[in-house]
Write a protein that binds this ligand. Structure first.
Ligand code: PMP
Length: 408
């Protein structure tokens, strides 16, 4: 069933706002998504009706808060088909999730002479932690190249796996710039056959399509709640056997069983990786976001976005001054980045803002990818459940105004 976009939009209070006197056209979900009323209500309910610290208190409020916090973990586990809730670790954002793996698993398992493979299309969050791990350990950091069409060049993977030195492959499930979708299942089976682990960056995928961590063959998956209509919280999913072997990344309260003067014993999963007071209301809000998206249907959301991105790419072709980077609409998610010889991306974004249109401009935390395409920056429009063809039409009108103002 097609999405009822007006009904969905009605549930997001922010769309009642006007920006510079114009209807809000929000095309920056790839950076962070807007929040629907059920998520806002869930967060407010915790703070106004059931707030206390979790896991420690022996009184009613603390028990209720703990129950709500742990119930959200069950919802999140179900959302990505994790085998058990001990594999769901609440962190600050996708960046922290990947850092956790790079420090905890990486420091214990990567040695001098080992190889870490990432791709040219990674967000800095799935690049810098591996780059710095390689530097700490004297390991090699190798990049899987991206083709001119913006797809992963899979012919480069077998040679990188052949000598057995590759210990980990870190790959995005969807590029936040090109929208392209690396064949992560194939990457995982090839990496596993060579004895390497696979860390998937699901920040742009989990909010937009059904993601099943088990069938994808991931060993770790990181994603951000704030990009899926939830509050600012991130999730690390990891295979239980791997998480069991790993040392905590952060140390302190809640992640320990016993502390003696000279030594400590770690708590069980997932608490071993959740040091200190967690973002309680935010996690409960993320559970509500998972419910909200599931009710709409992840298959339906994906189909809707495919329709919008196809329409957007067709309409962007009407503007010959634009250079779109990345593959065609059937090989990408709902993200379109473009540049224009006559206009800096910052100017494009500023002019569109006058029309109430929010797009992102810059390198989108993917500098090596922009270097690969020999551009310093791009403008990016990204789409979600609250966008429709009228938003694309508004973007096209706005871009035509950019051209009138800044030349051809
Ligand atoms: N990976 C990708 C592909 C992203 O798009 C982003 C966010 N732009 C991140 C990682 C980092 O997410 P966060 O800022 O929530 O840590």
């Amino acid at each position: 069933m097609p999405l009822d976009v007006p009904a969905i939009r009605d549930q997001f209070p922010i769309f009642r706002r006007r920006i510079n006197g114009k209807r809000l056209v929000f095309l920056d979900t790839a950076a962070s998504a807007q929040k629907p009323q059920p998520v806002i209500d869930a967060v407010v309910r915790v703070w106004s009706e059931g707030y206390a610290n979790v896991h420690r208190g022996l009184y009613t409020l603390a028990e209720e808060a703990t129950e709500a916090y742990e119930a959200a973990r069950v919802k999140i586990a179900r959302f990505i088909n994790a085998q058990d809730t001990g594999e769901i670790i609440n962190v600050r954002n996708a960046t922290e999730a990947i850092n956790l793996v790079a420090y905890s698993w990486g420091d214990a398992n990567i040695q001098a002479g080992d190889r870490i493979v990432i791709t040219e299309l990674e967000h800095h969050a799935n690049l810098v932690p591996w780059q710095q791990l390689a530097k700490r350990k004297g390991a090699e950091l190798a990049y899987l190249p991206v083709t001119d069409e913006g797809l992963l060049d899979m012919t480069a993977l077998p040679p990188l796996l052949a000598d057995g030195r590759t210990k980990v492959v870190a790959c995005s499930v969807m590029s936040n710039v090109l929208g392209s979708l690396p064949p992560v299942t194939q990457v995982a089976s090839m990496a596993h056959a060579a004895g390497a682990l696979v860390v998937m960056d699901g920040a742009q995928a989990v909010p937009h399509r059904p993601v099943d961590v088990q069938t994808l063959g991931a060993d770790f998956m990181a994603f951000s709640g704030h990009k899926m209509c939830g509050p600012g919280v991130g999730i690390l999913w990891g295979r239980r056997d791997l998480l069991e072997q790993m040392s905590p990344f952060l140390m302190g309260g809640d992640m320990i069983l016993t502390v003696k003067r000279q030594d400590s014993k770690w708590n069980e999963l997932p608490y071993k990786f959740e040091a200190g007071t967690p973002p309680i209301a935010e996690v409960v809000g993320l559970g509500a976001a998972a419910d909200f998206l599931s009710e709409i249907g992840m298959v339906e959301i994906h189909a809707h976005e495919q329709r919008i991105v196809s329409y957007a790419m067709a309409r962007l072709k009407e503007i010959p001054q634009l250079d779109v980077i990345g593959p065609g609409p059937t090989e990408r998610g709902a993200v379109v980045s473009f540049s224009m010889a006559a206009a800096h991306p910052h100017d494009i974004a500023a002019i569109l803002d006058e029309d109430g249109i929010c797009v992102r401009a810059g390198h989108h935390c993917a500098q090596p990818l922009h270097d690969r395409f020999c551009i310093p920056a791009s403008a990016r429009a990204s789409f979600y459940i609250y966008n429709d063809e009228a938003d694309v039409d508004a973007l096209i009108v706005g871009l035509q105004r950019v051209i009138r103002l800044l030349g051809r």
